[in-house]
Write a protein that binds this ligand. Structure first.
Ligand code: HEC
Length: 360
């Protein structure tokens, strides 16, 4: 399944707008990290929804589409999901464990360059050192796929990371705290389910109260309100309903996950997604969701995303992926004159007649 989505690029827009000072924890750990456990790492990978942006083969963006990963286009430019397989030339096969950990925790690549924050490192920053080491050990086991991902085309500098406390060494093992950890640091439910504010950052006053996630072709998918609000959220779902939905893809009232939710439940690479959560972890997530404040709210289109290009040239560029040519402009002027004269838009036959005429 091909997905194109833009998640979380926005938190940075907000930070830039606020002029937040840059203090990035850029230094890689001095001592080489203790090697992780790939079996545990496979579980973390599943709980993270399968890192789907990187593609079913995890080899990053390729114009061929699935099983390759995604590209994200927006006002910031174009960002390509990178190859995270162990291929030595085009993937991360030559990166050290410390470099991979630094990329996941702090968004800094093997060359010391900042990754664009569509990669949710501001979320994964709160994943424990132990879990990230395990995740890295699992990534080492992913079959190498040779795929050279294009260099990002950015319209400006990579936005600075916000100042963050150090990552935790270990993660909570059970209960609501475990659920909070999974939801906010690993599974990143908020990337889709928390609405964005006018600056494009996550609106934490409405945490998990429903968002609209940009998809291909200017469309959006509703990620519903999953706070315990009764009328607009999932207050009426029992914890077991939530567990069954996450693990088996079936909810109360015949609800089945569709689109992006289906992808994080089913997983891409190896079918590793929320479906692989242990009962205890799925229940911990459900307990956390039951413990947060109910927010009575229905997802609305964020203002920034709703703003359509204002000029015809910008609309043309958005629709066709190129600037209008002189011929396009002449065609447009002709169609406007046609509407003024005839009180209706030109039909296909009218266009054909015009082209025949201008070809003479
Ligand atoms: C990649 C985006 C994304 C992520 C990450 C994500 N979701 Fe969803 N979720 C969605 C979308 C989109 C839907 C709507 C699916 C549909 O319409 O069938 C949804 C639906 C749901 C529903 C059903 C709500 C209803 O009223 O039908 C629940 C419950 C849910 N998600 C919980 C979670 C939890 C818990 C997490 C984290 C562990 C999570 N989701 C992570 C996008 C996401």
């Amino acid at each position: 399944m091909k997905i194109r989505r833009i998640v979380l690029f926005a938190s940075m827009v907000a930070l830039v707008a606020l002029g937040v000072a840059v203090t990035v924890a850029s230094a890689a750990p001095a001592a080489p990290p203790t090697p992780g456990d790939p079996v545990k790492g496979k579980y973390i990978f599943s709980a993270a929804g399968g890192c789907g942006c990187h593609g079913v083969n995890l080899a990053g963006y390729n114009p061929a589409g699935a099983p390759f990963g995604e590209q994200f286009a927006g006002p910031f430019g174009t960002v390509y999901a990178r190859n995270i397989t162990s291929d030595k030339n085009t993937g991360v096969g030559n990166w050290t464990d410390a470099q991979l950990i630094n990329a996941i925790h702090n968004g800094i690549d093997d060359k010391g360059e900042h990754l664009f924050p569509i990669m949710p490192y501001n979320t994964f920053h709160f994943m424990s050192d132990a879990d990230v080491a395990d995740l890295v050990a699992f990534l080492r086991t992913v079959p190498a796929v040779s795929n050279e991902v294009p260099v990002n085309k950015l319209n400006g500098p990579v936005p600075p990371a916000p100042p963050l406390p150090p990552s935790p060494a270990t993660s909570p093992v059970s209960g609501v705290e475990r659920g909070k950890y999974l939801v906010t640091a690993v599974s990143d439910c908020g990337a889709c389910h928390t609405p964005t504010n006018a600056q494009g950052g996550p609106d934490m006053t409405k945490m998990l109260a429903g968002g609209l996630v940009p998809r291909e072709g200017g469309t959006f998918q509703v990620a519903p309100n999953i706070t315990p609000a009764n009328a607009t959220g999932i207050g009426y779902w029992t914890p077991q309903n939530i567990v069954t939905y996450l693990k088996e893809g079936s909810g109360p009232n015949g609800r089945v996950p569709d689109g992006l939710m289906a992808e994080v439940v089913a997983g891409g690479f190896g079918g590793l997604g929320f479906n692989k959560l242990t009962d205890a972890d799925a229940l911990a997530i459900a307990s956390f969701l039951k413990s947060i404040p109910p927010v009575n709210s229905v997802p609305k289109l964020p203002r920034m995303a709703a703003a359509a290009p204002s000029t015809w040239e910008a609309q043309f560029q958005a629709a066709h992926g190129r600037a209008p040519t002189a011929q396009d402009i002449a065609d447009r002027d002709w169609s406007l004159e046609f509407v003024a004269k005839n009180g209706r838009a030109p039909t296909e036959a009218d266009w054909v007649a015009r082209w025949k005429q201008s070809a003479q």
